[in-house]
Design a protein around this ligand. Structure first.
Ligand code: PEP
Ligand code: MG
Length: 908
């Protein structure tokens, strides 16, 4: 880097602009932007992130930096008409960190640089305020001592307390100049004792040391942890802003405040913010005194107030968005210290985006960039009534865990999966409470309204599975002692919650209540369900905004969105939510319950006749399933996947069965059937079922299984056509690794379809394709496309097989450690691993299209509903994504955002 002689490491505020966030950090870029807009920003300069990177890589500042800083400091001194630390009238500066992404409170800032034993006197005279000068000096030594010289901050706090105690006062503001002089002396002694050197009196040395400290603060443990959590890359570095100081604590005609250009909770325009008279920024944060509403500034200092309102309007029109700002008034002069595009609630994001369209500030494509799928998902969960959830009658907060999957759930406490299923079948709402969950709890999790665990974090099994299901979950509520054996849990203060007691859990805050907290449904879901119309008089602003944004997204998106659904009810809901077909119908769900007996018979069959009988019994049931599904999705494609999981999943549990057989033997009761079952269970037992006899392999070794399913699909389609319907069935083969497997199944399937055609006289058109969910399939996609009319990427299995770990086994074991160590930014089961799994998808897309240009390409793994992954699938050119019904609106929105974004970048 430093070989590049043209590189500039320091930019005056007049030289940068808001597009230079990579180089100048967010704060620096926006200070420059405001400066160029002619707004009153205290002059200063920014040291680039590139300088920080050089420092972090090489351990020392770039050689050019010192001279560049000197030149900019000279210019600043000329502009201000005084020198840094000048004895009779010192220029003081702040040295502040500022990375590309905001990392609030994570890095260092030092204010009042330039004060020394000499210049403090000059400042007192200039400000005509001795107390103010000594207070500024003690703040400098304290901040500098702590952040630059690494002195334990408590030593300063203790010393300050001692002086206050000696004077018998409680507040810093009760100390006068003489007291503060004493504090400064004490602070200087602390510095000397702790560091072995005097507090530096040379202002330039103060500044240089502070700059270096800011560079170093990029790599503190807490900054690193924050970046990992927020998925901010670790190599960006921070910029350093050196800004001339302005003071809000010079008397009643001074003050400091924060403001929003509109309400960050509702998006409404108005005057939102807080002001604190005679104070500096830290005082506001520390909450030492109460702030007043910003509107009150009008009566305190009308000129500054009017000026501020005007500036806020300028900023909003310029940034075309809600901005938040920090300002200071120094003796009636308004100064802008910071601005940035402000954070807002999910609901406000949608409202603001449409308001700005209406104001003509942004277009629809830009509106789509102002919202995201995570916000939409947040708006779709039911919530506890805000007024109630803070406490109140009838329900009491008994604990708090990690907000793992949003939503609000109320139900009776149950402590095992079996009871959860049993009670929910009889119409009870239940909350499944476990220490932690494992795959055996899946049935219970499905049956429950929500899941509560006392152990595990955001990537525990409970959290990941619950999020996948869109189910409310609070995990890791450690103060709750869960005793599954005695079916109870005990709170920190010894209260016992028994099975059947009503509990309420809030997956958005992590709060756990005993008793029932009222839940309000999401109006956004009511809208998607068609129960509320955006045009209706009572439709609220939020619903109208969501409606408009969804319309923009649907208009521009290229990706189609389908649903993973395997019954008519889910299919209909998916359709209401905007699904354009079914991308994955998992037929294994049709083999459970009452029908399990036929599967058992199929597995136990000793003769062809026995097997055929079992299949014959299944055929009409399967056919009826498909008839209903095709009807619900009439006119839209329905991809039916032939049976995928290993057969033993349909057989009884090995231990239970062994016990039954042993008991029957000891009692000399007949147990012929159980014994045969047990033998079958042993025969089919696999060490690694995920990599065993499943998917297409099953179809190839169990004669008649796949053909029965194909026949059911074909006959159901024929029946629907007869009934004047428009079924668009697609048959999908799972877990294919080589084209030969597909060719064999294809030949058999075509034969069956031909038979059904002949029998029914209906001209059936059934597409036949495959899942691409094994690395070998992806690598040989060009060959496989010879036999497949479509590919659907099964990114769940593809992730497992590319990484070589099984989801069920590893999420609960080492994922947390991997996330903590930063090996994953996020679980690869949640967001597609672009470099690994994604690269295989990309190359298979290319190979598939090279063989068969009109091949249809989709994805049906969980990633199909994940915002970031949807953008990736758009980029690699898939035709559709398929996801669970509840995530369809999110996928539609993100597909629209991806399209709008790529259009934007094409035209740039
Ligand atoms: C997949 O593997 O991505 C997939 C959709 O199949 P399943 O999750 O049913 O194994
Ligand atoms: Mg799969």
């Amino acid at each position: 880097m430093s070989e590049n002689n043209d590189q500039k490491f320091v930019y005056d505020f007049t030289e940068g602009n808001r597009d230079l966030k990579d180089l100048l950090g967010g704060k620096g870029a926006n200070l420059a932007e405001m400066t160029n807009l002619g707004l009153p920003v205290p002059p200063g300069f920014t040291i680039t992130t590139e300088a920080c990177k050089v420092y972090l890589e090489s351990g020392s500042e770039p050689v050019e930096l010192r001279d560049e800083v000197s030149a900019h400091l000279d210019a600043l001194e000329r502009k201000m008409g005084k020198k840094l630390g000048q004895a009779d009238d010192p220029l003081l500066v702040s040295v502040r960190s500022g990375a590309k992404f905001s990392m609030p409170g994570m890095m260092d800032t030092v204010l009042n640089i330039g004060l020394s034993d000499e210049s403090v006197v000059g400042l007192a005279r200039q400000a005509d305020n001795e107390r103010f000068a000594w207070d500024s000096y003690r703040r400098l030594i304290q901040m500098f001592g702590k952040t630059v010289l690494d002195v334990d901050g408590e030593l300063f706090e203790d010393a300050l307390d001692e002086v206050k105690t000696a004077k018998k006062v409680a507040s810093d503001t009760d100390l006068d100049a003489a007291d503060l002089k004493k504090v400064v002396e004490r602070f200087k002694e602390i510095v000397k004792a702790q560091t072995g050197r005097d507090f530096p009196q040379d202002p330039r040395e103060q500044m240089d040391l502070a700059i270096e400290a800011v560079f170093n603060s990029w790599n503190t443990d807490r900054a690193k942890l924050y970046r990992r959590q927020e998925r901010i890359p670790g190599d960006l570095g921070t910029a350093v802003n050196v800004c001339s100081m302005v003071f809000g604590n010079l008397g009643p005609d001074s003050g400091t405040g924060v403001a929003f250009t509109r309400d960050p909770a509702s998006g409404h325009q108005g005057v939102y913010g807080d002001y604190l008279q005679n104070a500096q920024g830290e005082d506001v944060v520390a909450g030492i005194r109460n702030t007043v509403p910003l509107a009150d500034l009008e009566s305190i200092d009308k000129t500054s107030y009017d000026r501020l309102m005007h500036i806020m309007e300028t900023l909003e029109t310029h940034y075309k968005d809600l901005c938040d700002i920090e300002f200071t008034i120094e003796r009636g002069q308004l100064w802008m210290l910071q601005t940035r595009v402000g954070k807002r609630t999910a609901g406000a994001a949608f409202r603001i985006a449409t308001q700005l369209v209406d104001q003509g500030l942004i277009d629809e494509a830009e509106a789509l960039q102002r919202v995201n799928g995570a916000q939409l998902a947040q708006l779709m969960f039911p919530k506890f009534d805000d007024d109630y959830a803070g406490g109140g009658k009838g329900a009491e907060q008994i604990g708090r865990g990690i907000a793992a999957s949003p939503g609000a759930a109320v139900g009776k406490a149950v402590f095992d999966s079996y009871t959860a299923v049993k009670w929910s079948r009889s119409g009870e709402k239940v909350i499944l409470i476990r220490r932690e969950t494992n795959p055996d709890d899946l049935d219970g999790m499905i049956a429950a309204e929500g899941i509560l665990t006392s152990r595990g974090g955001k990537t525990s099994h409970a959290a990941v599975v619950a999020r996948g299901m869109g189910k409310t979950c609070v995990c890791g509520a450690e103060e709750l002692e869960v005793d599954t054996k005695r079916r109870r849990m005990t709170t920190a203060d010894g209260q016992v919650v028994e099975e059947g007691d009503v509990v309420s859990i809030d997956g958005s805050t992590g709060r756990v209540y005993l008793g029932e907290v009222p839940v309000v449904p999401s109006p956004v879901v009511e809208y998607f369900e068609g129960r509320m119309h955006a045009g209706a008089d009572d439709a609220d602003e939020l619903v109208q905004a969501v409606h408009r944004i969804m319309a923009y997204a649907d208009r521009v998106r290229r990706l189609r969105v389908r649903a993973n659904a395997d019954n008519a009810e889910d299919a209909s809901r998916a359709r209401r939510f905007g699904a354009q077909g079914i991308g994955l119908c998992r037929t294994e769900h049709m083999f459970l319950g009452e029908r399990r007996q036929y599967v058992e018979r199929l597995i136990l069959a000793d003769t062809d006749t026995e097997r055929e009988d079992a299949l014959k019994a299944l055929l009409p049931l399967q056919k009826q399933d498909f008839v209903e599904l095709f009807e619900a999705m009439d006119g839209l494609p329905v991809t039916v996947r032939l049976l995928d999981p290993p057969l033993h999943e349909f057989l009884p549990d090995i231990t239970e069965l062994s016990v039954r057989v042993a008991l029957a033997e000891s009692r000399k009761e007949p147990h012929e059937n159980d014994l045969r079952l047990l033998q079958a269970v042993h025969r089919l037992h696999e060490q690694n079922p995920m990599l065993g006899l499943r998917g297409v392999r099953l179809g190839l070794v169990i004669p008649g299984l796949f053909t029965m399913q194909v026949r059911a699909i074909a006959e159901a389609a024929a029946q629907r056509i007869d009934a004047k319907g428009d079924p668009r069935a697609e048959i999908m083969i799972p877990l294919v690794g080589t084209v030969q497997e597909l060719e064999i199944v294809r030949e058999e399937a075509e034969q069956v379809i031909e038979e059904v055609r002949a029998q029914t006289g209906v001209d059936l058109k059934l597409a036949l394709g495959t899942m691409i969910e094994l690395p070998r399939a992806a690598v040989t996609a060009g060959q496989i496309a010879e036999a497949a009319e479509f590919f659907s990427f099964g990114t769940n299995d593809l992730t497992q097989t590319v990484w070589g770990f099984s989801r069920d086994d590893v999420e609960a074991s080492f994922f947390t450690a991997y996330l903590e160590k930063g090996i994953f930014g996020v679980s690869p089961f949640e967001t597609i691993d672009k470099d690994g799994v994604g690269a295989l998808v990309r190359s298979a897309v290319e190979a598939g299209r090279a063989t068969r240009p009109d091949i249809k390409l989709g994805v049906c793994g969980e990633h199909g509903g994940d915002p970031e992954s949807v953008h990736f699938f758009h980029e690699v050119g898939l035709d559709y994504v398929s996801c669970s019904p509840f995530r369809i609106p999110v996928a539609r929105l993100e597909a629209g955002r991806a399209a709008a974004e790529s259009k934007g970048s094409d035209s740039r």
